[in-house]
Design a protein around this ligand. Structure first.
Ligand code: KET
Length: 464
């Protein structure tokens, strides 16, 4: 058996390939000495020295690291537009009123216990989550063809789905055993949420990109997208943002979705939807789920990762769900049995509290309606921030076309500012955002718009 050749993917075992992927990930950007130090003997730290002394300081996360830098800044005018987390007009994190009510109900219920959940999580939460994303009248739910497991928010759902696909998805027909051994490939949009490539690489998939965004139009590169998906090998997996694409804020129209669907189905490409912003794009939960429901309506199979971090404001509760829509009920049952084998050694079973809050809200018509109103209010406030920022730049006569601020959808504006401009704005104006020029509109308020507009105006009129 080969032991150290982690680079070969076609002839090694799945576990070798996963270790290889992990090593490539850990050693990215390091030199050969540091790579070899990964294999150093446990005693190489020297007498009394730490066996971890060889470790290099890892960089902060490109998104979450922005908040760390922000927290260290003593400036009273500092502004965090990095992470996609909703803030009120007063700049404060928001706990939804319905969430407080649901929590009160849970606390008042003395019969509630803290036993382990099953491996698949809270069963009622799973059923309600499938209905929320696929629609209450979904034929797939009616026919028992959907399996849903509670996971650790959107990230955990993507990871569990990725690992399941790496183990069990046969990219090309089983007749050709040769292909069976190839690493399965997932195509992700260029650009995409920075965690996607890491999640899927570590899950054991090979990651490639398809064209998505055209910087010259600040819109969708639809032609490039179609060309790249047409050129993808039969049966590849394709990661699709269900709505409010992160970081660009650019979504296909429903007509374009229909073309994407037809192309993908004709080539047997497997859709894996990431739904982290249901309700945040249009303000309507049903409208934002339409692209997914179009793919379900054709009877084909797909995966969807749901997050309640943003739309219910349950960020730190880590509550989400992975649904796999299958062609037949018996297949869905077997899929679930295999998902349990992925989850059990990973974290055993998911947490109970967040899923219970969601279940209370989704099962109660009044609370559900109240939630949709609060969600719409968050979406509307973001849209109003877009208008205010656009107007503020217009009032300042800031050079350039800023209409993309009002055209883009969801939590983020992909400003087009370059890393040097971003770093200038952070240094001089204490405005924090990701280096790709993405700003979280949800972090802005009427009070802070002028400060941001001043900073953008200054930076674009300065040659950087
Ligand atoms: N998918 C997308 C597209 C996404 O933007 C996020 C989070 C997630 C999944 C995962 O969210 P979770 O909290 O695991 O349910 N994005 C924001 C936060 C982060 O980076 O963790 C962000 O882009 O700011």
């Amino acid at each position: 058996m080969k032991t150290n050749d982690f680079s070969s993917s076609s002839s090694s075992s799945p576990s070798d390939r996963r270790i290889g992927a992990l090593l490539r990930h850990l050693t990215a950007g390091t030199d050969a000495d540091r790579v070899s130090s990964v294999f150093a003997s446990p005693t190489s730290g020297g007498a009394g020295g730490s066996v971890f002394a060889h470790l290099v300081q890892a960089p902060e996360d490109a998104i979450l690291g922005v908040t760390i830098a922000y927290n260290k800044d003593p400036s009273p005018i500092k502004l965090n537009l990095g992470v996609g987390a909703y803030r009120t007009e007063e700049g404060k994190p928001l706990v939804l009123n319905v969430v407080r009510k649901a929590e009160q109900q849970l606390i008042n219920d003395r019969s509630r216990i803290k036993e382990y959940l099953p491996i698949v999580g809270l069963v009622e939460f799973n059923k309600l989550s499938a209905k929320l994303i696929l629609g209450a009248d979904s034929p797939a739910i009616r026919e028992n063809r959907v399996t849903t497991v509670e996971c650790l928010s959107g990230t955990g759902s993507l990871r569990v789905g990725g690992e399941f696909l790496a183990r069990h998805y046969h990219q090309v027909d089983m007749l050709s055993l040769l292909f069976f051994f190839f690493q399965k490939t997932i195509y992700i949009p260029q650009p995409t949420w920075g965690n996607h490539p890491k999640i899927f690489t570590l899950a054991g998939l090979s990651v490639k990109t398809y064209r998505y965004y055209d910087p010259s139009t600040r819109g969708l590169n639809f032609q490039g997208l179609l060309e790249d998906l047409s050129a993808a090998p039969q049966g590849s997996i394709v990661l699709l943002h269900a709505c409010a694409h992160n970081p660009t804020g650019v979504d296909p129209t429903l007509e374009q979705w229909e073309q994407i669907r037809k192309l993908m189905r004709s080539k047997g490409l497997m859709p894996f939807f990431d739904s982290a912003y249901q309700g945040f794009a249009s303000g309507s939960l049903d409208t934002d789920a339409k692209p997914i429901r179009m793919f379900v309506a054709d009877g084909g199979e797909l995966l969807v990762a749901q997050s309640y971090a943003k739309n219910m404001g349950l960020y730190g509760e880590r509550v989400g769900a992975l649904s796999i829509v299958c062609k037949a009920a018996d297949v869905a049952g077997r899929v679930e049995s295999q998902l349990k084998l992925v989850i059990r050694p990973m974290y055993s079973n998911p947490p109970i509290h967040g899923a219970s809050i969601v279940a209370v809200i989704l099962r109660d018509r009044n609370l559900f309606n109240e939630w949709t109103l609060e969600l719409k209010a968050m979406a509307d406030r973001i849209i109003s921030m877009r208008k205010q920022l656009f107007e503020a730049l217009r009032a300042r006569g800031t050079p350039g076309d800023w209409t993309h601020i009002i055209k883009q959808i969801g939590m983020f504006t992909f400003t087009g500012l370059n890393p040097a401009q971003v770093s200038y704005m952070t240094k001089e104006y204490h405005i924090y955002m990701t280096s790709d020029g993405r700003i979280s509109m949800a972090g802005l308020s009427s009070k802070t718009v002028p400060h941001l507009a001043d900073a953008i105006h200054a930076v674009v009129t300065k040659a950087l």
